[in-house]
Design a protein around this ligand. Structure first.
Ligand code: FPP
Length: 248
């Protein structure tokens, strides 16, 4: 079956103004993928982590400026300890491997979320990864770990309150920009496209401020089965959307 409905459709992928500047990806369906195969949930995360690497590189190839992947939410600590440990180990492995890989890629890696609850060695590896890629001028890869959109906004509000208390900020000067500047994604463009596979139709506390005008593409595919062709298809759907940002 042809991937795209027409040549025009395939060509849209290379038109910069039709490519999202910022894409958010919710890597969902790992557990169900494993269950269908009679495997432990962790096996889904192992394959999911491989898919993450492939899709992150494909985002860069497609000219996306910022790609944010939801890896672990502030609510995911409620999962069985064994599963939490498995995800943390995958992250550890990825960080170790990719410190070498980063040198070849023109990708700037950032982590968003509250890292203070993570193991000290993971925090160190994260800092190393950010430092090793800080000078890259290609795509920004945000990896969301212990991330929650509401917690992010609460953190920004606390910082604003502190500035007001210190006399550094006039309450009348508090506006949207003021909040944006205190988010983990400060300086990055707002989210244009949210992609969520696995047949779930919700945002799950992901980038809730940044998604004010985001488009959504949902897919039935489970994340471990997700391919570069699926990403291209989602980008094509996005390219066909008419965005009005409150206008007509
Ligand atoms: C959601 O699927 C997935 C997660 C909570 C974890 C995502 C983590 C990875 C893909 C590994 C990340 C690793 C690196 C290196 C970034 P689910 O478990 O909720 O699936 P289900 O809805 O089918 O149960």
């Amino acid at each position: 079956m042809a991937l795209f409905s027409s040549k025009k459709s395939a060509a849209r992928l290379t038109e910069p103004q039709l490519v999202p500047e910022h894409i958010g990806i919710i890597m969902d369906g790992n557990g169900r993928w494993a269950k269908k195969r009679g495997l432990p949930r962790q096996a889904g995360h192992v394959t999911g982590a491989k898919v993450f690497r492939t899709i992150a590189k494909h985002c860069e190839k497609r000219g996306i400026k910022v790609a944010t992947f939801y890896t672990f939410s502030t609510e995911n600590w409620k999962r069985p300890q064994e599963e939490v440990d498995a995800i943390m180990n995958l992250l550890r492995e990825y960080l170790k491997e990719s410190l070498a890989d980063f040198k070849k890629e023109n990708i700037r890696t950032r982590f968003i979320g509250d890292r203070s609850m993570l193991a000290p060695d993971i925090q160190e590896l994260m800092a190393e990864a950010e430092e090793a890629t800080a000078q890259k001028d290609g795509m920004i890869l945000n990896i969301a770990i212990n991330y929650g959109g509401q917690a992010e906004i609460a953190t920004a509000v606390r910082a604003i309150a502190q500035d007001v208390k210190d006399g550094a900020l006039d309450p009348d000067a508090i506006d949207e920009t003021c909040i944006e500047q205190r988010l983990y994604t400060a300086g990055q463009p707002p989210v244009d496209l949210i992609l969520r596979p696995s047949g779930e139709y919700r945002l799950s506390n992901f980038l809730i401020w940044q998604c004010a005008y985001a488009e959504y593409v949902f897919d039935e595919i489970l994340w471990p089965d997700f391919t570069t062709a699926d990403l291209d298809r989602a980008l094509d759907v996005y390219a066909g959307r008419h965005r009005r940002f409150g206008g007509v």
